[in-house]
Design a binder for this molecule. Structure first.
Ligand SMILES: N[C@@H](CCC(=O)N[C@@H](CS)C(=O)NCC(=O)O)C(=O)O
Length: 221
């Protein structure tokens, strides 16, 4: 297999890119990354030319492996888990639960994604007052996390790092950015993500980026 190439967006803004990037790193899978600065013409309409050139959906992330393109963050994570099975928990029923949480993140938490777009280096001075659906999402998020953490004992959702954590890692940065009041077990979980070496590599790169996308706050969730 030739070295796969992961096409991603700006590390500061592209939450969907962070997820498979972490999974590949955690799986110890060698890959090259190619950043396409999002913004400009076609942005927000899946119509950026450089993105369309590498991804059939017009969105990143997209992984190129031996002439095949895998788009969709969760599908890339699944490919990574086929190379590195420890990316999912070993026990089948626990693995099913981890998959459920990863899917729940991929398909859900729409209000959090709408109101708290990822901006790794941003810090608000005070928590905004959230609409009801966002508060409902946050309650659901903390409940989901605390059930998993209580059962596993932490520090990650299923004990060891898994794809479920890769899917939720951008959310941890959002809670920090928007100064959300976070219950203690959820905060301990966020801190475990923030202490992760691969996460810190991504964070450093995000902080060093100079691109600014004004509209990203409304678009990238
Ligand atoms: N469901 C997709 C979502 C990917 C997505 O929305 N990517 C954004 C960047 S975070 C994008 O490429 N946007 C391009 C555009 O809006 O034109 C996945 O899970 O990979």
């Amino acid at each position: 297999m030739a070295t796969p190439i992961l096409h991603i967006g700006n590390k500061n803004y592209s939450s969907w890119s962070m997820r498979p990037w972490l999974a590949l790193k955690w799986g110890g899978i060698a890959f090259e990354e190619h950043i396409i600065p999002l913004g400009g013409e076609g942005y927000g309409q899946s119509a950026i030319k450089e993105v369309r050139d590498v991804s059939p959906s017009g969105r990143v992330p997209a992984l190129h492996v031996d002439g095949v393109v895998i788009h969709e963050s969760l599908a890339i994570c699944e490919w990574a888990a086929e190379q590195a099975p420890s990316l999912w928990p070993k026990e089948p029923l626990v693995r099913a639960q981890a998959r459920a949480l990863a899917s729940e993140m991929h398909a859900g938490f729409g209000a959090v994604r709408r109101d708290m777009s990822m901006n790794v280096r941003r810090r608000l001075a005070a928590e905004p007052s959230w609409p009801e659906d966002t508060r409902t999402d946050l309650t659901q998020l903390f409940t989901t996390w605390s059930h998993a953490l209580e059962k596993s004992g932490g520090p990650f959702l299923f004990g060891q790092r898994s794809i479920a954590d890769a899917m939720f890692a951008p959310v941890a940065t959002r809670l920090r950015t928007y100064k959300v009041t976070v219950p203690a077990p959820a905060q301990a979980y966020c801190d475990a993500i923030f202490a992760d070496a691969a996460f810190q590599d991504w964070e450093r790169a995000a902080e060093a980026e100079t691109w600014v996308i004004q509209t990203a706050e409304d678009l990238y969730r």
